[in-house]
Ligand binder design. Structure first.
Ligand SMILES: [Zn+2]
Length: 1118
């Protein structure tokens, strides 16, 4: 028994089950039912080693020259000039004091003054906290509320910035944004502080209490709005309607006093271990420095230092930069960007930190229905007490509207992101395996749902009522048990299926293809040996690696892996290898008739690794030599997959193909492709064709693969366009993975490739899988996103499924839901384990249902919403013009927020933007999706890159989409503080917001998004730091583009390299490091990931997009 299977009392046999009826996820077997008919090799194949290549020198696959380079990676980035100053320097922001969970958000205009908010203490988790955030003065229509007298809070840089930074006429299409950010108007609506897990909507009217009464207050704040702060003569003021004391006018340049406790002396030059070199203008927006160790890294707390008049912020906001009086040199359009203080709009960093602070310490116990779990960015443990762990299922909302009318009104997508085979941390138990013997798992007779904790036993335990369809079922005698006084079976806690959210059943032959228990799966390695693959050293590297990697095939606790392996090489013909253990040397068989692919040998092709070890090693030694002098540049592709699939079919097993491929398959064969890359199609109605496969061959092939349980993992090594959109179709539809290494060079890329390969080969996979999501009456699954195939509307067929892949499922109402009974989901995954065992994995989740919209908005999870929306959009680009896709997202988001504003928020000025607490990051994250390469490509992004990313995102879980769309930016020099203790956990490191203005030239930052990893080095980093990390004397000597840090024996070097290793370990793919120097041309590449800024491709800055959203919302409300 695999080690991860826990001991569980062997259970007596359960009742009868049936498989193969309408609801049972039967697998469709493809056209051929597996009978292998040997074909005569005849003239089509040679049985010798491949004869010498007679072709001319490479033509189609020239070595990468400068042209090839242009298609590879970063080369194209050099052409861009220096980027804009994004958002410009933020004003020397007065730190708006924040309560955990509350979001300071602009000051309301006058009308709001009459209804100042009651600030609530941050109650228990986000399940209920709700903050009304207000964005000051978004005067769009010009129907502006009377502006209060100048006394704004939270804005600040005194000095000429104010006057320079914007006057109404220049404020852009969305009107003007009077300065002055109010203190957070935050509150939990209705039930201050007390949030029972299931609550009904509080009276909406209570959301804004008179300021003077009730509720804990925001700590009092005082905020200066220096003279001259008003915009264009419009009197703006920001009455501090939160804090009791009236704002005091402070001299220009005086920082506000932050209300929060002790503030870290971040700006003091006496930071242990590292001293800031320059006496910086501790200007605005110095995200990084101020808050190390404070709960709000993004929120400047440096305001606590009452300081001398602040120097003007330099053009580039940089705490360490020499003060620059040059603000007035900024072009006017840049100045106008200062109209909203970036520190006053919802900060992802703060939300993440708040959640960590509030929820990381206690385990998340799943016993209560409808609980919103901690964020994916929080490290927490899960205790399964009847609902599936959020590692398996996350929902967009844990409280579903009772009626479809309500759901339509809110427009909040009802979706679940399901990762059925998610890996768990060591501290959490893997699902128990339950064996009900020959009778198999107990199920509802009508809807076929599996026994779960929500089934109701009645009539003294003799029957049970199905929680999904209400059908009354008999309990089979061998499963009978008495009930206790609460109606619960007395053995409930002894049975996983009666007490846990997630568990497995051993499946019987009824659940197997052809009613036959499955054979162990096989892995087939299929290696491109054309000129390009040989020339780059790929083939030699791969063969060498495979020799040792074959010892690490998934074993599931067994001493030896049950998986058999086979080998194929190919260019425009295929070479099969007989590696039977009895052979002294491997034998090659060549199949040149690629139009009618068949497998020339059965015996000796798929073998046990340890038995055939010597022959396999010999083969892997020989392959690079055999093809060393190849001149063949053309390749085939579809016939390779076909061959692998036929081989599995012949062996009557499921399995995985590992394809290592380098070029556009232009050789004459089925699936032959032409170069149809055309950048001119971007932004036209035909852009969608760039994402569509160029031939139907691959769709048909994928269908056959799925029927056979043949999963395809594709490793691409392109020098130029290879049509990823077409080549990745089979991997996508078979639940496989695609990896892409543009312009692969062994010396630069081997670490990344080998790391990915090792992980991919070793990971546990379920084969020949079918997933079915059942729901209780009232809702049903209507749409699915991910890497799989569907031949009907309910069964998600996965030739393979690993622990990294998710399926996002959308639900719709088909009836009224009931608050009492809630809504139930049951995800059942039938699969064959790596050891060849047929199993069912069951995940159950109960959600609340509501009749008040406020309850919906209080229980949403924005990260999951974004996962759904990104997948929805990325699928949409296949069929619709991208502009339509983008507009759809914006409209939906605006509708969601407008519905909240209209129905849940208390009445207030139309000039205010009010966001629900748990959706306050929806605008910033949505903007990141909108400006991603798929939906708004920069000039340097290739068509293949876009197709690749589109494919990747489709299978991402919530944590992956979160960091992919909003990268993590970690300041490093601070790490020297306390170097005595090595970094234990990178997840606890405070990040800063992804904006250029958060970068200090005196610091070094790591930025990662799950795929990319940058080390950005500021120009004025201390020499000692440069020496410690790079072993060179000065900044100018650091090699830009470096991908490996030198191994140096000093604490900083060790710590940074340790951190990089740790970041890599957290991600499913190896992230190659790129060292970027400030002001270097590579910096443009890096800046693409500073997602709060305006992007080179035209993507809006966060501030601008927030204004855009506000305008959309106002239009909907008017
Ligand atoms: Zn049922």
């Amino acid at each position: 028994m695999p080690t991860w299977q826990k001991e569980w009392p062997r259970l007596e046999r359960g009742g009868g089950t049936s498989w193969g009826d309408t609801t049972a996820p039967t697998t469709q077997i493809g056209t051929g039912s597996g009978a292998w008919e040997p074909k005569t090799l005849g003239t089509k194949a040679n049985l010798d080693l491949e004869p010498g290549m007679s072709r001319a020198p490479p033509s189609s696959g020239a070595p990468p020259t400068s042209t090839a380079q242009a298609s590879c990676g970063q080369a194209g980035y050099g052409q861009f000039g220096q980027g804009d100053i994004q958002n410009g320097p933020s004003s020397s922001t007065v730190p708006t004091p924040r309560l955990p969970g509350s979001q300071p958000f602009g000051s309301p205009l006058a009308p709001a003054v009459s209804q100042p908010a009651v600030l609530q203490p941050y109650g228990p988790p986000p399940t209920s906290a709700q903050v009304t955030a207000q964005l000051a003065g978004m005067q769009i229509s010009g129907a502006m509320a009377p502006a209060p007298p100048p006394s704004g809070l939270g804005y600040g840089p005194p000095t000429s910035l104010a006057s320079a930074s914007g006057s109404f006429p220049n404020s852009g299409p969305y009107g003007s944004y009077p300065q002055g950010q109010a203190p957070p108007i935050s509150q939990t609506q209705g039930h201050p502080g007390v949030q029972p897990p299931q609550r009904s909507a509080p009276p909406l009217a209570s959301s804004f209490k008179p300021p003077a009464s009730g509720g804990p207050r925001m700590p009092s704040m005082t905020g200066p709005l220096p003279p001259g702060q008003g915009f264009g003569g419009v009197p703006i003021s920001h009455p501090n309607h939160v804090s009791s004391p009236l704002p005091q006018a402070l001299p220009p340049g005086t920082q506000m006093t932050g209300p929060q406790g002790p503030l870290p002396p971040m700006h003091s030059p006496q930071q242990p271990g590292y001293q800031l070199q320059q006496n910086g203008s501790f200007g605005p927006g110095r995200g990084p420095q101020p808050n190390y160790g404070s709960p709000y890294p993004g929120a400047p707390t440096f305001g606590s230092q009452p300081g001398p008049p602040q120097p003007l912020p330099p053009k580039r906001l940089d705490p360490d930069a020499i003060p620059s009086p040059q603000l007035n040199e900024l072009p006017p359009q840049q100045k106008t960007r200062h109209r909203i203080d970036p520190d006053a709009i919802p900060s992802p960093i703060q939300v993440i930190e708040d959640d960590r602070n509030n929820r990381a310490s206690e385990p998340f116990v799943t016993g209560i229905r409808g609980q919103v779990p901690p964020l994916v960015t929080t490290n927490f443990l899960v205790k399964d007490q009847g609902n599936a762990s959020p590692r398996y299922i996350r929902c967009t909302s844990y409280n579903i509207p009772c009626t479809s009318d309500m759901a339509k009104q809110a427009q909040v997508p009802l979706a679940a992101v399901i990762k059925p085979l998610a890996r768990l941390p060591q501290e959490e138990a893997s699902p128990y395996v339950v064996d009900h013997g020959e009778s198999g798992p107990l199920r509802c007779n009508r809807c076929k749902a599996y026994m779960c904790p929500f089934m109701q036993f009645i009539e003294g335990g003799r029957r049970f009522q199905c929680c999904f369809c209400s059908c009354i079922n008999d309990v089979p005698p061998q499963y009978f048990q008495h009930l206790d006084h609460t109606g619960r079976r007395v053995d409930a806690y002894d049975r996983p299926e009666l007490s846990l959210g997630s568990y497995e059943f051993l499946a019987t032959v009824d659940y197997c293809k052809n009613n036959k228990l499955p054979s162990p799966p096989a892995f087939i390695f299929m290696i491109d040996v054309s000129y390009n693959a040989i020339r780059t050293g790929l083939v030699r590297l791969l063969c060498e690696e495979l020799k040792s990697l074959l010892d690490y095939l998934p074993r599931e606790g067994a001493e030896e892996s049950a998986i058999h392996v086979g080998f194929v090489t190919y260019n425009k013909v295929l070479h099969f290898y007989n590696v039977k253990s009895s052979l002294a040397q491997p034998q090659m068989m060549v199949v040149s008739d690629v139009a009618d692919m068949f497998v020339p040998l059965l015996d000796g092709f798929l073998v046990n690794v340890s038995e055939s070890r010597a022959v396999i090693t010999s083969l892997l030694d020989q392959i690079p030599e055999i093809f060393a002098d190849t001149r063949e540049t053309e390749t085939v592709f579809a016939p390779v997959i076909q061959a692998g699939m036929e081989a599995l079919k012949a062996a009557e097993c499921a399995g995985k193909l590992f394809l290592f491929h380098t070029s556009l398959p232009i050789a004459e064969a089925p699936g032959k492709l032409k170069n149809r890359d055309d950048r001119k199609l971007i932004n036209t109605d035909k852009e969608k064709t760039l994402f569509q496969p160029q031939t139907g061959v691959y769709q048909t092939l994928a269908k056959e693969c799925v029927a056979q349980g043949c999963c395809v993992d594709l490793f691409l090594f392109p020098n130029q366009y290879v049509d990823v959109a077409t080549l990745s179709l089979v991997p996508q539809l078979t639940g496989g993975s695609v990896y892409k290494y543009a312009c692969f060079q062994v010396e630069n890329d081997q670490e990344r490739f080998l790391s990915d390969l090792r992980r991919d080969v070793q990971k546990v996979v379920g084969f020949d899988a079918v997933m079915r999501v059942r729901t209780s009456t009232g809702i049903r699954a209507i749409d699915f996103f991910g890497g799989f195939y569907m031949s009907n509307t309910t069964d998600v067929e996965l030739a393979g499924l690993d622990g990294d892949k998710t399926v996002t499922v959308e639900f719709k109402h088909d009836d009224r839901l009931n608050e009492e009974s809630g809504a139930l989901l049951q995800c059942a995954l039938l699969y064959t384990s790596c050891a060849g065992q047929r199993r069912l994995r069951i995940h159950n989740l109960a959600l609340n249902c509501c009749t008040q919209l406020a309850d919906l908005y209080r229980n949403c999870e924005t990260d999951t919403l974004i996962n759904y929306m990104a997948k929805f959009a990325y699928r949409g680009v296949l069929n619709s013009p991208i502009k339509t896709v983008r507009d759809t997202l914006i409209t939906q988001c605006a509708q969601i927020l407008a519905c909240y504003r209209k129905n849940c928020a208390s009445p207030s000025s139309a000039g205010q933007l009010i966001l629900p607490e748990c959706m306050k990051l929806l605008p910033v994250y949505l903007n990141c999706v909108l400006k991603s390469d798929v939906l708004q490509p920069g000039a340097e992004v290739t068509t293949d890159d876009r197709a690749y990313v589109r494919q990747l995102v489709t299978s991402m879980d919530v944590a992956e989409t979160n960091v992919f769309f909003y990268p993590r930016l970690l300041p490093l020099v601070r790490l020297r503080i306390g170097t005595k203790s090595p970094i234990e956990s990178t997840t606890e490191l405070p990040a800063v917001r992804a904006s250029e203005e958060r970068l200090s030239s005196g610091d070094i930052y790591l930025l990662e998004n799950g795929l990319n990893l940058f080390l950005w080095v500021g120009a004025s980093v201390q020499q000692g730091v440069v020496q410690s990390l790079f072993s060179v004397a000065s900044f100018s000597q650091i090699t830009s583009g470096l991908s490996v840090l030198p191994v140096l024996d000093n604490p900083l070097s060790k710590k940074v390299r340790g951190l990089i290793d740790s970041l890599r370990a957290q991600r499913a793919r190896y992230m190659k490091l790129i060292v970027v120097k400030q002001e270097d041309k590579l910096e443009m590449l890096f800046k693409n990931f500073l997602v709060e800024d305006k992007s080179l491709s035209g993507g809006e800055s966060y501030v601008d997009f927030l204004c855009h959203m506000h305008k959309e919302i106002r239009q909907l409300l008017s």
